[in-house]
Design a protein around this ligand. Structure first.
Ligand SMILES: Cc1ncc(COP(=O)(O)O)c(C=O)c1O
Length: 399
């Protein structure tokens, strides 16, 4: 009835594959390796109960009032200290903006940087929520392929050169360098350094989205791009969704003050401020040492699940199928033989009561048909084993 009245943008909006898939995952007996949810067992319910009661007694009035758009100052300071002490960011509270999830941060970036037709460089594959956030501003995407060491910087350099020749300058390079969603890979230190050199040479902002940073199960820590960045080319986006609760919607952008201030103006028109109630709880979760104590429990839970999934894949998947071995995060990425189509296979998978997300959803250009993303954090250990068995059967039959 209102179709005619909708804006051009609204007419272009459509539900993502992942949302559509959620309907299937509600069916009985289906094992979903498709979701992107943290495991509810990872939520520190008792800690939140304790902190909330304590804080309401002392700060109840402030917690329930409107707050400033930038965020609660003491929480911004707590975050600045956390990143300085643990990761040598060298920042102050004015470099921090609190957002309602990092998803809001991504939308704000689109709002302050993108005009229709502007170029954004992304990894291929990339986070589907970032495509959704940027899509409102009609950018053109340049995709840069990845391998086990993250974004291929040689390809990036080649594409940047091509863009210069065409007289185009990307507004930013969007990367998830650590335990990437969806691919599960981590960018090597050498590539991180080269990425920053290129950012400087071409004078391009790098957006480092790092929701999984704290969830490392194995391998050596690699410094964040932001920690390596001495000249202000990196805007870091972090979140407490995977180490506290996604339902609390609490995240932050860390970057140079000029960008933070512009994002504050953009945020005013969206939600005035992120919930102060939640910010005070999040602050105490970090400052009171609760987070440091709790994260190892999440890591233990997820590491076991990752290992079960990798072992099951090793045991059941047929030759010709490749997969990534994530050192952290929530996902791994499967590449089927070139001639196979993960989209066509999905119907067969549903018949066999297992679902995944087709890889094409993670490419703005929607190419690459032979890939899929698997989540190991949400299903039970038994479901992971059984889900992989079912998926292996479907793949073998299609081969
Ligand atoms: C790469 C990436 N960025 C951002 C988000 C959104 O997180 P938030 O809950 O902070 O909005 C996610 C969530 O899965 C993600 O994987």
């Amino acid at each position: 009835m209102w179709e005619e009245e909708f804006s051009e943008l609204a007419k272009r909006l459509k539900a993502s594959e992942i949302r559509e898939l959620l309907k299937v995952t509600q069916m009985p007996d289906i094992i979903s390796l498709a979701g992107g949810l943290p495991n509810p067992k990872s939520f520190p319910v008792e800690i939140i109960k304790e902190i909330t009661t304590k804080l309401l007694d002392s700060y109840g009035e402030k917690m329930l009032q409107y707050g400033s758009t930038e965020g609660v100052n003491s929480f911004r300071e707590t975050l600045a200290n956390y990143y300085n002490e643990n990761y040598s960011f060298g920042i102050g509270k004015d470099n921090v903006l609190i957002t309602a999830g990092s998803q809001e941060g991504l939308y704000l970036l689109g709002k302050i940087f993108l005009n229709p037709g502007d170029t954004v460089v992304v990894e291929a594959p990339t986070y589907v929520g970032a495509i959704t956030a940027f899509q409102s501003f009609y950018p053109n995407y340049v995709q840069v392929e990845m391998d086990d060491e993250g974004m291929n910087i040689d390809i990036l350099e080649k594409k940047l050169k091509e863009l210069v020749r065409e007289g185009k300058k990307p507004k930013f390079i969007y990367t998830i360098p650590t335990f990437q969603n969806p691919a599960g890979v981590t960018m090597s230190l050498e590539r991180r350094k080269r990425l920053l050199e290129l950012a400087k040479e071409y004078n391009i902002l790098v957006v480092e989205d790092s929701p999984y940073e704290e969830l490392r199960f194995s391998g050596e820590k690699v410094p964040q791009l932001k920690a390596l960045d001495k000249e202000g080319y990196v805007l870091y986006i972090g979140t407490l969704s995977k180490v506290l609760s996604p339902g609390m919607r609490i995240a932050f952008m860390i970057g140079n003050e000029e960008i933070i201030q512009k994002a504050v103006l953009a945020k005013q028109g969206i939600d005035l401020c992120t919930s102060p109630f939640v910010q005070y709880i999040a602050e105490e979760y970090i400052k009171g040492g609760y987070m440091r104590e709790h994260i190892p429990k999440i890591i233990k839970l997820y590491k076991e699940k990752r290992d079960i999934m990798l072992d099951a894949i090793e045991d059941y998947f047929p030759d010709g199928v490749k997969w990534t071995r994530p050192d952290g995060g929530m996902f791994l990425w499967v590449t089927l033989p070139e001639h196979m189509d993960a989209g066509e296979l999905l119907q067969k998978a549903i018949e066999n009561k297992v679902v995944y997300v087709i890889g094409a959803a993670f490419y703005p250009h929607r190419d690459h048909r032979n890939t899929m993303r698997l989540n190991f954090t949400y299903p039970t250990n038994e479901q992971i084993e059984e889900g992989i068995k079912r998926l292996a059967k479907v793949i073998k039959e299609a081969l």
